[in-house]
Write a protein that binds this ligand. Structure first.
Ligand SMILES: [Zn+2]
Length: 379
C-alpha cells in the first residue's frame, strides 16, 4: 500500500509570476492614484494557501512531488508553437499581441511569469505521473498561474498555459489512458479546456459555473461538443447564491451519475475556490465545509470507478482571507485527514446562510440541466 495517500506539488518559482498591484481608480475623464491593492490574482493568495497547508500539518502528511519545466513539445499538444514563442517574447518585453496570438488586458505578465508557467504545467504532469505510477492515490497541485481560460493562442483571464489540458494529454500519451474525466468547479467557465477537447469522446469535460458570467457566452447548456465529442462536454450553469446545498445537489444529480456511466480511468479537478461566499469575482456562496463535501464526493467517485486516481489542480480563488480555508477543506477530503481548522466565520449568520440556502432558481437550473443532459446520460 501507499506510504502516503496524497501527493502535493508546490514550487516557490510559481510565486515569481508577479501580477503586481492596482493603484489607480478610473473615472470618466482619467484616473487618480490611491494606495495600492494587490491584483486579484496575486501570488499572495497562493502563498497563504501554502502557509495554511503547512500550519494545519497537511503538507507534511502529503508526499512531496517536485514540479518541473514542461517542454515545448508538451505545451504544443494544445498551444501553438508561435504562441509559446510569443509568450516568451512578451515576458522579455515584447508586444502583447501579434500574428502569434495575444494576451488580454487582465492577464499581467512579469519577468518570472514564463518560467512559472512552465513549472506549473510540468507540476500538473508530475502529479498525474505520481498517481498513475502508483506512488500516491491522489494529489493536490498548488499551481500558479492558473490555467482554464488559456486558449491555444491566447492568454486570458489570468491564465497563460492550460495546465489541465496538458495534464490530460500527458495521461493519454504517456500512460495510454482512454477515458479521462475533468471536473471544473472554478466559478468561471473553463473555456480553454472545453475548446481543447470539444470534438473528442475520450475526455469528458464537466464544468459547474456561475451562469452568464465570465467569459461571455461560454458554458451555456447547449455547448455539448461536436462530432464524436457530442455529449462529452457537460456544462452546468448555476445561478448566483447557489450555496453549499445547491452545489452538493449538482454533484449528486449530475456530476456523479455521469461519472459512473463514463467510468474514467483518471479524474482531474480544475479546483478554483472562487465560488466561495467571500469571493470578489463571483456570487456563489460556497463555504469551506461545502468544498470539503464536494472533494469527498469526488474522492468517493474515484474510489468507485478508478481506484481512487484523482488529481486536483489549483485554478482561481480571489479572497485572500477565505480561499485558503476552502482549499484546506478540499485537501482534508483528499488526504482523509481532519485538521480541526475552524472556519474564519464560524458562528456568523452569513456562514449559516451560505450553508443552508437552496433557492427555487437553483432547483430550476438543476432541473433544466438534468433534462437537457438526459439526451446523452441517464439522469
Ligand atoms: Zn475562476
Amino acid at each position: 500500500m501507499f506510504s502516503y495517500r496524497t501527493g502535493f506539488v508546490f514550487d516557490e518559482r510559481f510565486l515569481a509570476h508577479d501580477t503586481g498591484v492596482e493603484a489607480v481608480v478610473k473615472t470618466r475623464t482619467g484616473t487618480f492614484p490611491v494606495s495600492p491593492e494587490s491584483h486579484p490574482s496575486s501570488s499572495f493568495i497562493i502563498q497563504r494557501i501554502k502557509e495554511f497547508l503547512d500550519g494545519t500539518g497537511l503538507t507534511k502528511r502529503m508526499f512531496p512531488i517536485p514540479a518541473r519545466m514542461a517542454t515545448e513539445d508538451e505545451l504544443a499538444v494544445y498551444h501553438t508553437r508561435e504562441y509559446i514563442a510569443g509568450i516568451r517574447a512578451c515576458v522579455a518585453g515584447g508586444p502583447l499581441k501579434g500574428d502569434w496570438g495575444d494576451v488580454d488586458d487582465e492577464t499581467v505578465l512579469s519577468a518570472g511569469s514564463y518560467e512559472a508557467a512552465l513549472y506549473a504545467a510540468g507540476g500538473g504532469m508530475n502529479a498525474v505521473s505520481a498517481v498513475l505510477e502508483g506512488q500516491v492515490r491522489n494529489a493536490y497541485a498548488l499551481l500558479r498561474p492558473p490555467c482554464h481560460h488559456a486558449m491555444s493562442n491566447q492568454a486570458m483571464g489570468f491564465c497563460i498555459f492550460n495546465n489541465t489540458v496538458i495534464a490530460a494529454h500527458h495521461a493519454r500519451s504517456r500512460y495510454g489512458l482512454e477515458r479521462i474525466m475533468i471536473v471544473d468547479w472554478d466559478v468561471h467557465h473553463g473555456n480553454g479546456i472545453q475548446d481543447a477537447f470539444y470534438e473528442e469522446n475520450g475526455v469528458l469535460f464537466v464544468s459547474l459555473h456561475q451562469q452568464n458570467w465570465y467569459p461571455k457566452l461560454a458554458g451555456e447548456l447547449e455547448q455539448v461538443g461536436k462530432g464524436a465529442g457530442v455529449g462529452y462536454t457537460v456544462n452546468i450553469p448555476l445561478p448566483p447564491g447557489t450555496g453549499d446545498r445547491g452545489y452538493r445537489a449538482a454533484f449528486e444529480q449530475l456530476v456523479l451519475p455521469i461519472g459512473r456511466q463514463f467510468r474514467p480511468q483518471l479524474i482531474l479537478i480544475t479546483a478554483g475556490q472562487d465560488a466561495s461566499w467571500l469571493d470578489p469575482l463571483a456570487q456563489m456562496m460556497m463555504t469551506m465545509d461545502g468544498y470539503r463535501t464536494l472533494a469527498a464526493l469526488m474522492v468517493d467517485l474515484a474510489d468507485e470507478v478508478c481506484d481512487g486516481r484523482l488529481v486536483m489542480l489549483q485554478a482561481g480563488g480571489y479572497s485572500a482571507a477565505y480561499v485558503p480555508y476552502c482549499t484546506v477543506g478540499a485537501v482534508e477530503a483528499l488526504a482523509d485527514v481532519e485538521t480541526g481548522i475552524i472556519d474564519l466565520y464560524a458562528g456568523s449568520a452569513e456562514l449559516e446562510r451560505s450553508q443552508t440556502i437552496l433557492e427555487p432558481q437553483t432547483l430550476d437550473a438543476l432541473a433544466a440541466a438534468r433534462s437537457w443532459h438526459r439526451q446523452w446520460w441517464k439522469l
